[in-house]
Design a protein around this ligand. Structure first.
Ligand code: APR
Length: 234
């Protein structure tokens, strides 16, 4: 089976009703990054930061995977599938994808402010100021904030370097280091971008842009991959 890696961003979950960040009406139009998504913000106003993520979590619990998430998990029957996502939702997992690497953390998890290795699944949507880890320190959202390291980056580079087919879906490719992941691909890999937005990606050799929403674009790509496999006997 060929090795296929999906690299997803917020647009992947847009059709599940979860707002993207930089589109018109997106989250960063309604909230300032420096108020809710940095370690400084957490130190300055924990209640505000915590409430921001509580609201995101509440919204996520009401959302379901869309046809795009389901299409990706169905590829496990035909490909060695890895998903690398910038999304903090768990919609890839809920759609059945088994190998999902989260670059920017996971909304349904929280962790100790004393020891980052103490990570817990949160029941329900609400983390309260005053909820503590087993060592007695405040729990925080398990999110990679702006200015923090991206611990999963090394694993992600390794996964992308082994991909034969790369499917980038629903990301503006504007936040580093995640956006630079594609640079670590093998030169012989095929790259597909599924996103309704305009991009200048002339420097990515062998790129095919399917300028559509995730669900529709992934369906189209599925047909293309089946056709390719039939032609090459792969
Ligand atoms: N299907 C596919 N793509 C879509 C859809 C859709 N239905 N709707 C919007 N998009 C595309 C937009 O065209 C845009 O390119 O999704 C992309 C969303 O871009 P961003 O909002 O910048 O989201 P993302 O790239 O995931 O952001 C990266 O920034 O603040 C952060 O940590 C956060 O992980 C996030 C990172």
């Amino acid at each position: 089976m060929k090795n296929l890696v999906v690299f997803s961003g917020a647009g992947m979950s847009a059709e599940s009703g979860i707002s993207t960040f930089r589109d018109k009406g997106g989250l960063w139009e309604k909230h300032r990054i420096e108020d809710v998504a940095t370690p400084e913000a957490w130190n300055k106003n924990r209640a505000l930061v915590n409430e921001f993520y509580n609201q995101r979590r509440k919204q996520l619990l009401e959302a379901s995977p869309n046809a795009g998430h389901l299409q990706i998990s169905a590829w496990q029957n035909n490909f060695e599938l890895h998903v690398i996502t910038q999304n903090v939702d768990d919609l890839h997992e809920r759609a059945g994808s088994q190998r999902v690497l989260h670059l920017h953390g996971e909304l349904r998890k929280v962790r100790s402010t004393l020891n980052p290795d103490l990570i817990y699944s949160l029941n329900g949507w609400e983390l309260k100021i005053g909820d503590k880890c087993e060592k007695g320190s405040q729990l925080r959202p398990h999110i990679v904030w702006f200015g923090e390291m991206v611990p999963a980056m090394e694993d992600a580079k390794k996964i992308i370097s082994q991909a034969e087919i790369i499917v980038v879906v629903g990301t503006s490719l504007s936040v580093y280091p995640a956006a630079g992941l594609i640079d670590f691909r093998s030169g012989s890999s095929k790259v597909y971008l599924i996103d309704p937005g305009d991009f200048d990606l002339h420097y990515v050799r062998g790129l095919t842009h399917i300028k559509k929403k995730a669900s529709e674009g992934l369906k189209e790509l599925d047909e293309l991959l089946i056709k390719d496999a039939a032609e090459t006997g792969a």
